[in-house]
Design a protein around this ligand. Structure first.
Ligand code: ATP
Ligand code: MG
Length: 554
């Protein structure tokens, strides 16, 4: 079936067929001022995807032109995240700050062409002169200063002769343009600040709207894909690359951001969650930072599927977390081994099973994927089952263990509940049952009615470990924010199960290795808190899903 092409593919097709460009070159241009989140994944995968699809090139470029906010530590985490998503920039890693000299030269050329001038208006005055949507702006009193004087002043700005805010360099475009971005935008400002890459070499820095198109043009980018908020800046983008004289200037195309319903993505909010100790860092498994998703157990494949299902369009829309969860289930369903793990243990004693005996029972690793083979599971007289799989006094339609009822122990035998022990507080401490040796692993029970199947684990040899269960960090009922724009936190976003019991072979599982714990969901080995031989598990998702794939073929 022919894949439906989204509007960016259609635009690229058009550009190639009309000979506007003869190849495709894209980039992902993060500002190294924070961690990447699921929204950035859309941009990364789109940019990389277009380069791949059209046999073109893909650059990773750090847009590090703003010395106040940037930190080198983010460079490493961003590289890790982009690589993990599979967007391979090969040897095409760039830093916008490496172009400061070239950008300065372009600015000088603009001055020489009479297309830029040094302004002595303060920031407030620039704003005042700019006008409004209804009223045109007023010309800057410095607008007609001579080219020679502009060149001299700009050079002095660079040399550090002036204080922050004392002067700016403005593009000379049109103070009455209906597009406010075109009303002589500031393209250089003075900032006596150290830069993580260039140190103290510069005390003037280019503004984003001037720097970004030049970065694209210097690198030979053809299609500069960015999000919708830059649509109004496109005329300025085009002005900059045209005035800078590029023969094959890049073309900006805007697409809608990815939004997730009921999910916190704002840097400011996440920073506060980290500072308040509510999460254990930017990679907390409850966050939708790429690092958090990775630690939670999401795979690059699942994120790719999610971005694909969310679609590329110019219309803003919001995706559901349930769809992201659907994507990881789809990915892990055929890949993950299904093993037995008990999260809330209750002792089950099989009174008629020989003491001290261990039997090895075969368990298929993944009924939907034969290639994963099978393994042997230990069985014996004392097991753990889930607390909730026994009820002294069950309601109707409860098919699990209760006095007198028979259930199937997954991969093992039928057992019938014959009693239970309680402590002085009335808490059930053990359940007693008898087993029927004739029912081993699905044999000899034709025609016999057993409605419940429960999982179990042999008590003395199971691996005891910690498992963490998650809910949304915000309270979905109340909404993400309260009236004061603070987060409505969900007090139950993290539940730590300290004594879980799992099949002992998982003690050697590596970080990020994922399993299905039957009936309990998909779990991954936490990369931060697991110790050699003692994994800590994060629940990625439960097995239940309310999500339905939207109708295809739109
Ligand atoms: P800031 O508010 O600090 O600018 P940012 O999220 O825009 O944060 P950038 O590093 O500027 O961070 O973003 C890099 C790229 O990712 C940009 O091209 C931006 O348009 C894109 N991007 C950011 N958020 C989303 C999103 N939710 N969906 C799709 N693309 C996004
Ligand atoms: Mg940005």
């Amino acid at each position: 079936m022919e894949k439906h092409k989204h509007f960016i593919e259609q635009e690229i097709d058009k550009d190639l067929s009309e000979g506007v460009y003869d190849s495709v070159h894209t980039r992902f241009p993060p500002e190294p001022n924070g961690f990447l989140h699921i929204g950035h994944a859309k941009s990364i995968l789109l940019n990389y995807g277009m380069a791949k699809e059209y046999n073109g090139k893909f650059n990773l470029r750090f847009d590090d032109t703003n010395p106040t906010k940037e930190k080198s530590e983010f460079v490493d985490s961003i590289k890790e995240d982009v690589a993990w998503l599979g967007a391979d920039w090969e040897d095409r890693l760039f830093f916008a700050s490496d172009y400061f000299d070239k950008m300065y030269e372009v600015a000088v050329e603009l001055i020489k062409k009479g297309k830029a001038y040094v302004s002595t208006l303060s920031a407030d005055e620039v704003r005042e002169y700019r006008g409004t949507l209804k009223e045109p702006g007023k010309n800057d009193p410095d607008r007609d200063r001579s080219i020679e004087d502009n060149l001299k002043l700009f050079e002095e700005m660079k040399a550090g002769k002036y204080a922050d805010g004392e002067m700016t360099l403005r593009a000379k475009i049109d103070m009455s343009s209906p597009n406010i971005n075109m009303r002589d935008p500031v393209i250089y400002r003075i900032a006596h600040l150290s830069h993580h890459n260039t140190g103290d070499k510069w005390c003037i820095y280019p503004m984003y709207d001037f720097a970004h198109p030049l970065e694209d043009a210097f690198e030979g980018i053809t299609h500069s894909l960015c999000t919708l908020e830059f649509e109004d800046h496109r005329p300025l983008y085009d002005w900059v690359v045209r005035e800078a004289g590029f023969a094959h200037p890049p073309r900006q195309i805007e697409f809608a951001k990815l939004y997730l319903n009921n999910v916190v993505t704002g840097k400011r909010y996440i920073k506060k969650l980290v500072e308040d100790g509510i999460v254990d860092g930017w990679d907390d498994p409850r966050l939708v930072s790429i690092a958090g998703l990775r630690r939670r157990g999401y795979t690059p494949e699942s994120i790719r599927l999610f971005v694909e299902l969310s679609g590329i369009s110019k219309a803003n829309s919001t995706s559901e977390m349930a769809m992201l969860e659907y994507c990881i289930r789809e990915d892990l369903k055929p890949k993950a081994k299904r093993i037995m793990a008990v999260l809330h243990p209750l002792k089950l004693i099989i009174d008629n099973y020989p003491e001290g005996k261990t039997e090895m029972l075969k368990a298929v690793n993944n009924p939907e994927n034969e290639e994963l083979g099978s393994r042997e599971v230990e069985f014996g007289r004392e097991l753990y089952i889930e607390e909730e799989d026994f009820m002294e006094d069950p309601p109707k339609k409860y098919f699990r263990l209760f006095p007198g009822n028979e259930v199937r122990l997954m991969n093992a035998y039928f057992v019938k509940c014959v009693g239970f022990d309680k402590d002085e507080n009335g808490k059930i401490t053990a359940v007693h049952c008898t087993y029927d040796p004739a029912t081993k692993q699905g044999e000899g029970f034709e025609g016999r009615k057993v409605k419940g199947t429960i999982h179990w684990i042999k008590a003395d040899t199971a691996l005891k470990c910690t498992a963490r269960l998650y809910e949304n960090i915000v309270d979905e009922e109340k909404g993400v924010y309260d009236d004061d724009k603070n987060l409505n936190l969900n007090p139950n976003s993290l539940t730590v199960c300290e004594d879980c019991y799992v099949e002992s072979f998982v003690k050697d599982a590596k970080a990020y290795e994922s399993f299905q714990f039957v009936r309990n969901g998909y779990f991954t080995v936490d990369s931060k808190d697991s110790k050699e031989g003692a994994p800590v598990f994060n629940r990625i998702v439960s097995l239940k899903s309310s999500f339905k794939l939207p109708e295809q073929g739109k």
